[in-house]
Design a protein around this ligand. Structure first.
Ligand code: ADP
Ligand code: MG
Length: 383
């Protein structure tokens, strides 16, 4: 039971972004409750048993000693045994009972383990420091207009975003390119409101993100990261995480649309295939396809792909590329990618360097002039 609690905890913490991104907090904490209750029951039983066992052993030991002393005493008095023999016997008896009593040591070890567990819960109970403001509103519907208005951000001291502005109209796809550390993922984190900007405003449908309830925002938003986290359960469960009330047909339709259906069917158990913690037997590419199906099923108005195709093998890449168009159709998209073949699909491209936007335009516009984007493009295709 402890292992079960720990496994669920580990999953929920490592999969935190996924859980939050799909507003699954409540469901996840419900499941945590269940496991916790099971753990508690097991614990009460253990405690009960040891409460009977240890005093029992102690009692037996004492009564035994009493009998031995009494019986031995009579024999010594009767001259059938020497005092030395009796003392030796009592000594040996102690050596027999001592290891049994040492078991109680194990019990106290268990107690200290429980104390550690309590500390873990204390951490879990810590309030998020970006709690919604009391008058934050629930987002009712979203058309998918995204605006960064002179946004600055720093993790502590280091400025990571400096005066970043861009505007994505509903239905448009924006690609963000730039070297590692340029601040691309930070843009996504601000948009998901995992952090608030230190300067400027992030607006969705013209409304400052800080005035929108986080959970209501994430209901309309899908995020697929580089390495997708899959939960223990079947492939079907994992896809359905995007929308728990989806029917089997809808799950399969989503998988088919992103091109995941055929690889899933190749497993003997198909959609019922069990994936273990962190995805187990699926390849990275397959996991990404499952993630796309999950995102598609959730049908978000705003979809963000942060290097979702970066760690995928070439065979899967082609499939994912084809899925991208279908995935992004009819919604606002932000695609962060290294591969320019992915970037080219976007309506507009934003080039970032060291926390600033250095170029913006369509793929063709940027290629037409001696831009950083063109250098990137040439370096990729020269190879
Ligand atoms: N949680 C964090 N705490 C402190 N610094 C961070 C954190 N996340 C990212 N950074 C720093 O912020 C900068 C931008 O990171 P990131 O937005 O992840 O870049 P990109 O996605 O473009 O590679 C990097 O210098 C990185 O080291
Ligand atoms: Mg990144």
């Amino acid at each position: 039971a402890v292992a079960e609690v720990a496994a669920h905890l580990q999953e929920s913490v490592s999969g935190m972004r996924v859980v939050q991104a799909f507003t699954g907090e409540r469901k996840s904490s419900g499941r945590f409750d269940q496991r916790n209750h099971a753990y508690r029951r097991a614990n009460v039983r253990t405690t009960l048993l040891s409460a009977v066992y240890f005093p029992g052993v102690e009692l037996l030991g004492s009564v035994g000693l009493g009998i031995v002393l009494l019986y031995g005493g009579f024999r010594v008095v009767g001259g059938e045994m020497t005092v030395g023999e009796l003392v030796a016997f009592v000594g040996l008896l102690n050596m027999f009972f001592q290891p049994i009593q040492q078991l109680s040591q194990l019990y106290s070890d268990l107690q200290s383990t429980l104390a550690s567990l309590e500390k873990v819960f204390a951490v879990l109970d810590t309030e998020s420091d970006r709690a919604d403001s009391p008058d934050a509103e629930n987002l009712r519907g979203l058309s998918g207009d995204v605006e960064f208005d002179r946004v600055s951000f720093a993790y502590g001291e280091d400025v990571v975003l400096d005066n970043v502005s861009f505007h994505i109209k509903p239905g448009e796809t924006l690609a963000i390119v730039g070297e590692t550390g340029a601040g691309k993922s930070t843009v996504v984190k601000l948009l998901s409101r995992f952090y608030d900007p230190t300067g400027g405003e992030v607006r969705i449908d013209g409304q400052d993100l800080r005035d929108i309830r986080g959970s209501s925002l994430r209901r309309y938003m899908g995020v697929v990261l580089q390495d997708t986290f899959l939960f223990t359960g079947t492939i079907k469960d994992n896809i359905r995480y995007g929308r728990p009330d989806a029917t089997d047909e809808e799950v399969i339709a989503a998988a088919r649309t992103v091109g995941a259906d055929d690889f899933i069917r190749r497993f003997p158990e198909g959609y019922e295939t069990q994936v273990r913690e962190r995805g187990g037997r699926l390849s990275v590419g397959e996991r990404q396809l499952v993630a796309f199906a999950r995102a598609l099923l959730a049908n978000p108005k705003l979809l963000v792909l942060d290097e979702a195709t970066s760690s995928v093998d070439l065979a899967t890449e082609a499939r994912i590329e084809a899925a991208l168009d279908r995935l992004l159709a009819g919604r606002t998209g932000i695609v962060i990618a290294h591969r320019l073949s992915t970037v080219r699909r976007a309506d507009r491209v934003l080039v970032m360097r060291k926390g600033s936007v250095v170029e913006e335009g369509t793929h063709e516009e940027l290629l037409a002039r001696p831009s950083a984007y063109r250098r990137l493009y040439e370096s990729q295709f020269a190879a």
